[in-house]
Design a protein around this ligand. Structure first.
Ligand SMILES: Nc1ncnc2c1ncn2[C@@H]1O[C@H](COP(=O)(O)OP(=O)(O)O)[C@@H](O)[C@H]1O
Ligand SMILES: [Mg+2]
Length: 365
């Protein structure tokens, strides 16, 4: 028998040159439409690069989801790191680390400060982190992204801890708080707020033209040359515009469009691929009620038959219950659409049953 690897069918080249360039954690080279905001962040942080003990300006960054807050801030940190070895940058997402203790532990971890396994109280963990910063004699910037997550249960007291550490221990921090909520500051613990006194940077939602520029830039890194149709890109940008100028939604649609093209075995990303991606996006974001409006007659009948049955049905059973209403073929198409709209779940039942072909089990979602 020949070597199984050398006898595999030839590897197809897909549409992606580097699909990671469309992933949320990718830090793009260019941030079209955010040049001013990036400059403002850099101006606030510039003192950190200049002399030991220098303080930057605390910042409050807010704007709607997908408006580039995280990407711009991370970009500023990356550039600051490259520009100067006087600054030490810490980035924590508070959605991921959702308590004062968890944030401090992550900060200590990022500062490479080993913590004993027996566990330490939050104050002690913080002391380790502050100690590491103090010893380093560097100017630290602490970014707390999605800070709204810390508003509950007094976790926002950690801002006060940071301020006090500056006074008492001589460790030097500049803080950046990021949130979707424009009113975040007014919800902070009073002491925390007065210790922060930040300058505010607002990120506005992207215009449709800006979203197109963003997608063009990212697509150039993600796809092979000349594989993405203009129409497909425009549709993905429009999808982000409709979602409130959200670059994340637009990029996800573009990524899914690429995947759809590869799944069809195509070498080009066409409008059909984007249409499918956008439909899926809309389905994901629409509430179930909204998904239930605008159904075809057949889709409605199918759902009501399933509801009446009160249990999952095999495709054969469903077909006989709808006999005369729909052909087997149109029922199959209808089921695929209902699955796409996340209203039913289709499960392959493995075995091939005679002439009927593969049996599927159909459940309401
Ligand atoms: N101006 C831009 N240029 C390129 N990509 C961008 C731009 N703005 C946002 N993105 C990308 O869009 C996605 C969402 O941006 P993000 O910064 O996470 O939004 P926010 O933090 O405001 O919710 C990320 O993948 C990010 O890289
Ligand atoms: Mg963000």
């Amino acid at each position: 028998m020949p070597n199984v690897f050398s006898s595999l069918p030839e590897k197809r080249e897909g549409v992606f040159a580097n699909e990671d360039a469309l992933k949320p954690e990718f830090i793009p080279d260019a941030l079209p439409g955010r040049e001013n905001e990036l400059t403002q962040i850099a101006l606030a942080l510039r003192p950190l690069a200049e002399s030991a003990g220098a303080k930057g300006r605390n910042l409050f960054v807010f704007g709607p989801p997908g408006s580039g807050k995280t990407a711009s801030t991370r970009r500023a940190l990356k550039d600051l790191n490259e520009y100067s070895d006087k600054a030490w940058c810490f980035y924590v997402n508070c959605w991921q680390y959702a308590t004062r203790h968890a944030v401090f532990s992550q900060l200590a971890f990022l500062a490479e400060e080993p913590l004993p396994r027996r566990g330490l109280a939050a104050d002690e963990v913080f002391e380790r982190f502050a100690g590491a910063v103090r010893t380093s004699k560097k100017n630290a910037v602490v970014v707390l992204d999605e800070f709204d997550r810390l508003l509950q249960a007094g976790n926002d007291k950690l801002l006060y801890d940071l301020a006090r550490a500056k006074e008492l221990s001589g460790a030097n921090f500049t803080e950046i708080l990021i949130s979707n909520d424009a009113d975040l500051l007014s919800k902070l613990d009073a002491r925390a707020r007065s210790s922060l006194q930040p300058a505010t940077i607002e990120f506005k939602q992207y215009s449709p033209t800006q979203l197109k520029e963003i997608l063009l830039e990212r697509a150039a890194a993600a796809f092979h040359e000349n594989v993405l149709s203009k129409e497909a890109l425009a549709l993905c940008a429009a999808c982000g515009a409709k979602a409130g100028g959200d670059a994340r939604v637009a990029l996800q649609a573009l990524y899914d469009a690429g995947r759809n093209a590869e799944q069809r075995g195509a070498r080009f990303v066409e409008l059909v691929d984007a249409k499918k991606a956008v439909l899926e996006q809309e389905v994901m974001s629409a509430s179930k009620e909204k998904r239930l409006t605008g159904l075809t007659r057949l889709e409605e009948s199918t759902l009501s038959v399933l509801r009446e049955a009160g249990k999952p049905l095999e495709s054969g059973e469903l077909y006989s219950l709808l006999e005369g209403v729909a052909s087997e073929r149109s029922l199959r198409e209808c089921l695929n659409l209902l699955q796409l709209k996340k209203l039913v779940v289709l499960e392959e039942k493995g075995s091939v049953t005679g002439e009927r072909g593969r049996t599927r089990l159909i459940k309401l979602a």
